[in-house]
Design a protein around this ligand. Structure first.
Ligand code: AMP
Length: 611
């Protein structure tokens, strides 16, 4: 038997919700529906957003109201227009197979005339934001004297937004006999107080621990210098190619500024804040819901109640003051049983705030390092590779072009083709990021790591790394070139007379590597690699971390394009030569590093030497 039938929901509703994909009740639905169906209790449900609250109260309302009668029998109050429309829509969907169910959404910023007209036509369920509801009550355009149920959804949010008085006034027009159902993600004392004020021995249901965020959310934080915050933020975004995120700022101005900067830098972002007209807000939200927008930059108020499934990341560009706000922000991800990540980008002074939120949530946050430029490149490269692997081919449409494409590539080996294909986007990332600096803020000398600093801060090893005796060098060879640590050490020892013991960390990546040499040896080492070829390709050595980060962080432009993000190089990147495109030169295949014997090509009259 369908589990919703077992809970007491009738067939026509169950059929409708089955079409919405509701197969099993969520925990809150399982526990609250039987209680609410009795219709005889006041009720307090402490539950996070995204847990299925709307159906938890919506389905019982559809069971309990008399739809033969056309007067207001239920009033649902919620904090925002977005949530109001969502609840209205959800209830209409649950009632799709029932006859004569009239649900009206009442909210500010839209024509009141239309809303009044709908109310006049007859309504059983009113879903409203408090301000506009009160306006309509004051116009004596609605009669709540026979209301049976009042639902206060996201009660903590409504109080945060200062709706206490409006709620009082609205509820004073409803009869004492009504039952009140209150839902809240958090239970601050103000919510306790209104629960006490409006309710009579309510049935209390707590899903999860008090104030504990959704268990499916991972909480991470990054420590950066204030001036690196934007660059760090962009790097995090670049490290997550499939991000579909909401970025929280503290003020409207900050929201606007960040969105503008991102758009300028070619990201697919837009802002949502209170200074936008309702029409503008709707437009942004529609784009976000349709996923034609990847990053939504929002203030707390504007983003309240947003229910978009599949949000992968919530990013706290600025931390909120209250733990409650953090809970609300992070609750925009990991909805409907999915997982999600809530990221905070902070400076070292804000660590105390993170600890405070950790205590409030009873959860440990994980400190994560800002990825290096090369981590980003690698991630992006494999993202492209996975995309190629999983792309759905439109056989019919593409067929006509295949002969021409085949003709174009007929001389090229499969390996070469794959390399070039993957390089299309990868080159731009590499060009942009190859010298990107370490953005992790160093923890000051003498400061003991805070409890929970579960990773030691990075020791900067680039030339600008202060106390380190090593300089970190980049080499454009990696494991795909069958290049390993021993080869590198052997080459350096044989050609520079530097002892292998003085070479620091060697980090061989896929298509490039890093290694450290002492500051005094840098010149010797870089000179020894001059005009060297490896398997026919010129080898390039550079000091990692050189250059002005600001310039480069701002210079890389991404452009939204059909079917994905096309990245274009611009600005500082273009000044650099070559990038990571290794062009084959003069038929010089042949030996890898292992075979290197110090033989120079000049011996044979060639310009470049080879390993
Ligand atoms: P809510 O907390 O009511 O905003 O619901 C969050 C999301 O979960 C919405 O997209 C709902 O459509 C979805 N949802 C609610 N209940 C269920 C269920 N029993 N099975 C599957 N999805 C659900």
């Amino acid at each position: 038997m369908n589990p919703f039938i077992q809970l007491g929901i009738r067939h026509d509703i169950v059929n409708a919700i089955s079409e919405l994909g509701f197969e099993n009740p969520t925990p809150i639905q399982e526990q609250s529906i039987p209680v609410l169906l009795t219709g005889s209790n006041d009720f307090v449900g402490l539950a996070q957003t995204g847990t299925g609250k709307t159906a938890a109260f919506g389905l019982p309302l559809l069971e309990l109201l008399d739809f033969e009668e056309n007067y207001p029998q239920a009033l649902v109050l919620c904090p925002t227009r977005e949530l109001c429309l969502q609840i209205t829509n959800d209830i209409k969907n649950y009632a799709k197979k029932m006859g004569n169910v009239n649900v009206v959404a009442v909210y500010g910023g839209a024509s009141i005339v239309d809303q009044l007209r709908q109310i006049k036509r007859g309504v059983q369920i009113v879903v409203a934001t408090p301000g506009r509801m009160l306006d309509i009550i004051n116009r004596k355009a609605i009669d709540f004297s026979k209301v049976k149920f009042v639902v206060l959804d996201e009660a903590d949010e409504m109080l945060n937004m200062g709706f206490q008085e409006d709620i009082d006034s609205i509820l004073s027009t409803t009869p004492d006999t009504k039952k009140t159902w209150l839902f809240s993600a958090t239970m601050p004392s103000e919510v306790r107080r209104i629960a006490k004020k409006y309710m009579n021995e309510p049935f209390e249901l707590t899903m999860g621990e008090k104030n504990t965020g959704n268990v499916n959310i991972e909480h991470e934080y990054y420590i950066v210098r204030a001036r690196d915050k934007y660059a760090a933020f962009k790097r995090i975004v670049d490290f997550n190619p499939d991000i579909f995120g909401i970025v929280f700022c503290r003020t409207k101005i900050e929201t606007q500024d960040i969105a503008e900067a991102l758009i300028k830098d070619g990201y697919n972002a837009d802002s949502l804040h209170g200074d936008l007209s309702q029409q503008q807000r709707d437009k942004v939200m529609k784009r976000y819901r349709d996923r034609s927008l990847q990053l939504l930059i929002a203030t707390d108020v504007a983003a309240r109640g947003i229910d978009v499934n599949d949000v992968t990341h919530v990013i706290n560009y600025s931390l909120p003051d209250e733990v409650e706000n953090y809970t609300h922000r992070s609750g925009r991800t990991a909805r409907a049983g999915k997982t999600g990540v809530s990221i905070s980008i902070i400076n070292a002074k804000e660590l105390g705030k993170i600890r405070q939120i950790e205590r409030g949530l009873g959860k440990r946050f994980v400190k994560v390092e800002i990825p290096t430029g090369f981590d980003v490149c690698e991630k992006q490269l494999f993202s492209i590779v996975h995309k190629v692997h999983s792309v759905v081919v439109n056989e019919q449409q593409i067929e006509q072009y295949i002969p021409r494409i085949m003709e174009e590539f007929k001389e090229m080996s499969k390996e070469e083709f794959i390399k070039r294909f993957a390089s299309i986007e990868f080159n731009s990332f590499l060009e942009y990021y190859k010298n990107a600096p370490d953005l992790n803020a160093p923890i000051e000398e003498g400061r003991r790591p805070e409890r929970g600093d579960d990773r030691a801060p990075r020791q900067s090893s680039g030339v600008s790394g202060g106390k380190s005796e090593y300089t970190r060098l980049f080499i454009n060879l990696g494991s795909v070139d069958e290049f390993n640590r021993g080869d590198l050490l052997g080459y350096i020892c044989n050609n520079t007379k530097i002892s292998g013991r003085t070479v620091g960390k060697i980090d061989v990546k896929g298509v490039y590597s890093f290694f450290e040499v002492q500051h005094d040896d840098v010149e010797k080492v870089t000179n020894s690699f001059k005009d060297i070829e490896f398997k026919g390709r010129p080898v390039r050595i550079e000091i990692s971390g050189e250059g002005t980060s600001e310039k480069r962080e701002g210079g890389y432009q991404r452009r939204e394009g059909g079917g994905g993000y096309n990245r274009e190089r611009s600005g500082s990147g273009e000044k650099r030569e070559g990038g990571f495109n290794r062009e084959r030169t003069g038929g010089a295949a042949g030996g890898g590093f292992r075979d290197f014997s110090g033989k120079r090509r000049e011996d044979r009259g060639e310009r470049r030497r080879r390993f």
